[in-house]
Design a protein around this ligand. Structure first.
Ligand SMILES: Cc1cc2nc3c(=O)[nH]c(=O)nc-3n(C[C@H](O)[C@H](O)[C@H](O)COP(=O)(O)OP(=O)(O)OC[C@H]3O[C@@H](n4cnc5c(N)ncnc54)[C@H](O)[C@@H]3O)c2cc1C
Length: 423
């Protein structure tokens, strides 16, 4: 099981062992077993990606402390949809956060609709419970958790790195030594800025918690393509038989909120609360490591834009980034998990570039073309397996390739280029 502290270290082969599928990352047997244990790692950001990295490293005997600015483990609530892969990656740490399962998607555009079933259900999760579960696992694995500590700055002192951290209660500062720092501090990562990465492009994501419409089954998610409002889409995901989250990814914050309010009004849905934040837009791979003096700085999750830009989902890809960074630290730099993640994120970028150009006519054709064999492909694979989905859908419905190519060739709407990654 991914975060089971009873799991033993695997040193049976000379090669790096990284099992993203089971969430376990083991040190290469060519590494000295005690080497990592003597190193100190500071993780900034006690959320999804930072906590998973801390757990995996701590379980391998590395001394890890997590510095999180919020003072109690009560992060903002957020209803999220993720693929079933999260279960495989996290094991029991996932279970407490799952509030519902989605077995069907309904797509709408301009009076048309298409429905497809999922073979593996998607999961609706509650972010707060997820973070609390991960924090529990990290503690159990031996990681220290320092709440109410805001990272300020870092510098090298010749022996390693020094983090300047502010206590949120009284504003006092402390300096902490670490050989390695991991920035899991989100889209506006201060660690990334301090270590010299440039800022990420971000997009506003706003969602409203609403009563579930009477005609909607609680195991079905809805997606609306309305290209005059957004190059992304609106979604409604049920978190229970009576409530759901209806959201939108937009281009500017105030406009996105306004569009969402109009959309709710048209459907007669009264928002119970709003949730929102800016999320990074993946415009190209962000190298996850930089040397600073004698030490190393790594980025995980949103801080490294490890977000699928098709759907702007960052939970599962952030976990994969966390496993990859832990693997790279344990094995002296290389990580197969990170290579696979990069390929996957690049493919999502390619798909997004095409979708970004879609006009109403294209979406209408897309929904019409989602004939049975294509729908079968969407059901068989999880949304994390974009390559396989793309391949199967194109084989079953070649006209979709033409639609996609048209989108790529007419490339005019503003999604920054693939090459726009940071150094
Ligand atoms: C409304 C909304 C809905 C979303 N829906 C989905 C969805 O359905 N599916 C999906 O996969 N993704 C979704 N996402 C994206 C997903 O939530 C993020 O990709 C994911 O939470 C990123 O996790 P993270 O650990 O990298 O960063 P974050 O969750 O952003 O965590 C960063 C942590 O760092 C801490 N921190 C920041 N600065 C400092 C500092 N200076 N010192 C100390 N600590 C600091 C913060 O307090 C926070 O705990 C959604 C996002 C939003 C906003």
């Amino acid at each position: 099981m991914a975060l089971d502290s009873r799991e033993t270290k695997n040193t049976s082969t000379p090669k790096t062992q990284a099992h993203a599928a089971s969430g376990s990352v083991a040190r290469s047997s060519t590494q000295s077993g005690s080497q990592g244990a003597n190193k100190s790692v500071a993780v900034v950001g006690g959320s999804a990606a930072g906590l998973l990295t801390a757990s995996v490293l701590a379980r391998q005997g590395v001394g890890v402390r997590v510095y999180e600015r919020i003072e109690t483990l009560e992060p903002a609530e957020r209803t999220l949809i993720v693929t079933n892969r999260m279960r495989t990656l996290l094991g029991r740490a996932a279970e407490g956060s799952i509030v519902n399962e989605i077995r069907r998607f309904e797509l709408f555009t301009d009076g048309r609709s298409a429905t497809f079933e999922l073979k593996q259900p998607d999961l609706i999760i509650e972010r707060r419970a997820l973070i609390q579960g991960l924090a529990e696992e990290a503690r159990r694995a031996g990681a220290g958790l320092e709440l109410g500590r805001r990272f300020h700055a870092l510098h090298s002192n010749g022996r390693g790195l020094v983090l300047e951290v502010e206590r949120c209660t009284d504003g006092s500062r402390e300096e902490i030594h670490a050989d390695t720092i991991i920035g899991g501090d989100g889209a506006a990562s201060r660690v990334a800025r301090a270590a010299g990465w440039s800022p990420l492009e971000t997009a506003p994501l706003v969602q409203a918690i609403v009563p579930l419409p009477k005609d909607m089954a609680p195991d079905t998610a809805r997606v609306w393509f309305v290209p005059q409002d957004t190059p992304y889409f609106y979604w409604l995901i049920p978190e229970s038989p009576t409530r759901g989250a209806l959201g939108l990814i937009g281009e500017t914050g105030p406009e996105t909120r306004k569009l969402l309010e109009n959309f709710l009004e048209k459907r007669g849905l009264a928002p119970v609360e709003f949730q929102g934040a800016r999320i990074p837009v993946y415009t190209g791979w962000v190298p996850v490591r930089r040397r600073v003096g004698q030490g190393s700085v790594y980025l995980v999750g949103d801080a490294a834009a490890q977000v699928k830009v098709t759907t702007v989902g960052g939970i599962v890809t952030g976990f994969r980034g966390a496993l990859g960074v832990a693997e790279a630290i344990l094995n002296g730099g290389s990580s197969g998990v990170l290579r696979k993640l990069r390929r996957e994120l690049d493919l999502h970028l390619l798909l997004r570039r095409s979708l970004h150009e879609f006009q109403q006519d294209d979406y209408s054709k897309l929904v019409d073309l989602l004939n049975d064999p294509a729908k079968q492909s969407l059901s068989e694979y999880s949304r994390d397996e974009a390559w396989k989905i793309l391949w199967r859908v194109c084989l079953s419905q070649p006209r979709l390739i033409l639609l996609g190519l048209r989108g790529l060739l007419t490339h005019s709407r503003s999604l920054r280029p693939l090459r726009g990654s940071r150094p």
